[in-house]
Design a protein around this ligand. Structure first.
Ligand SMILES: *Cc1c(COP(=O)(O)O)cnc(C)c1O
Length: 372
């Protein structure tokens, strides 16, 4: 059996776009007012709509998710050590390090790949000031345990919620757990504003601090009170976000069906592991991670075979952050063996709202075929 090449090639993701005419229509007021950035009309509207959609009373927009994370960490005035996971995108640890803080890597659990709450307390020292966990692939961290441990040790919790836009746990918006949560609206995410991000936060008094930090620390026409950055979302981004928000539910529904199709084909296959779905979670189906653990073909072999057939999956996350060139001399990736192992076994398969369900079948055929 020789499956044919999929043409045009299928990438791991593809950005959703609203109808072009709608975007052009939204640009007209910008040409009239010539107000293109610095917290304009669309910025205001977009923030208000997101508060409603995410069920979070406090929210601040940013130019991208990374700046959002970096600046909310700065806003918390942390010191010393911050516990985080090596099984994430570069941004999570970089945001800690760029704030002059020391990351301490905790291992992940082998079921849903989020920070292992059982071993969290062993990592806490008198220097620890915060925990930055990541809701990986849309799987929600053990928010209850993490919250309880953080409270007991007086630590801040800032979630990297880049993968969990619109998710709910027990009917509660995911942005309401911890002290703050960062969302990313990058073009490759479930929901996007080209580039963009937001922080949802618990303490309302953080709002002016975040606003100030994303605008150079400026507090008045003749006063600059803190060393801020430029993290402002512009009007073109906000306009894209407003439009995409109209289609996000539809996109999630399409993703849900595609994930169901992948699961039907791949679950129960010896050596292929899929994370269980938690009935308490309303998922956004951001990613389709598959772990090849004792399968007759390795992750790297599957990756290469799919690529030969025009299917470009992604080794995400590989390598682990604590084995990056910029960190490997300071950290020992063997301290987080589960993360290291999963990172060598995981592949995220193509998943986006516009993906053809038949392509999912072809991808599964390629993974499951016997002759290779
Ligand atoms: C996308 C992403 C980020 C960074 O967000 P940007 O909007 O691209 O800056 C951070 N963490 C995780 C886990 C991500 O997937």
């Amino acid at each position: 059996m020789k499956e044919k090449r999929i043409d045009p090639p299928v990438m791991v993701t593809r950005s959703s776009l609203p109808p072009l005419e709608d975007y052009v229509e939204m640009l007209k007021p910008l040409w009239e007012s010539a107000w293109l950035t610095n917290m304009g009309e669309y910025h205001k509207q977009f923030a208000a709509q997101l508060k409603e959609y995410l069920h979070t009373p406090n929210l601040e927009l940013f130019v991208n998710g990374h700046m959002a994370l970096e600046l909310v960490i700065q806003a918390m005035n942390l010191s010393g050590e911050v516990i985080t996971t090596p099984f994430s995108f570069a941004s999570t640890t970089h945001a800690i390090v760029r704030n002059g803080l020391t990351p301490v890597f905790g291992d992940i659990n082998p079921v849903d790949y989020t920070l292992d709450a059982d071993r969290l307390e062993d990592l806490i020292t008198e220097k620890t000031s915060a925990i930055v966990p990541v809701h990986v692939y849309g799987h929600i961290c053990d928010v209850e345990r993490i919250g309880e441990i953080a409270d007991r040790h007086h630590l801040k919790v800032i979630y990297d919620a880049a993968h969990t836009f619109g998710e709910e746990y027990n009917g509660i918006g995911i942005g309401r757990f911890g002290d703050a949560s960062m969302f990313s609206f990058h073009a490759t995410k479930v929901f996007h504003s080209i580039e963009g991000g937001a922080v949802a936060f618990r303490d309302a008094s953080l709002a002016p601090v975040l606003y100030e930090l994303k605008n150079f620390g400026i507090t008045g026409s003749e006063s600059v009170e803190s060393v801020g950055a430029n993290g402002k979302m512009n009007e073109f981004q906000a306009a894209m976000g407003i439009l995409n928000l109209r289609y996000v539910e539809d996109g999630i529904e399409k993703r849900r069906n595609l994930v169901r199709r992948y699961r039907e084909r791949l679950s129960g296959v010896p050596g292929i592991r899929l994370s269980p779905e938690n009935p308490k979670v309303r998922y956004n189906y951001a990613y389709m991670p598959v772990v090849f653990d004792g399968y007759r073909k390795s992750r790297d072999r599957i990756f290469a075979e799919l690529a030969e057939h025009g299917v470009h999956a992604r080794k995400y996350f590989y390598p682990c952050i604590n084995s990056y060139d910029c960190y490997k001399d300071q950290f020992d990736a063997e301290q987080t063996p589960v993360a290291a192992r999963i990172s060598g076994q995981v592949l995220t398969l193509p998943l986006y709202a516009g993906l053809d369900p038949e392509t999912v079948d072809l991808i599964c055929d390629l993974i499951l075929r016997q002759d290779s």
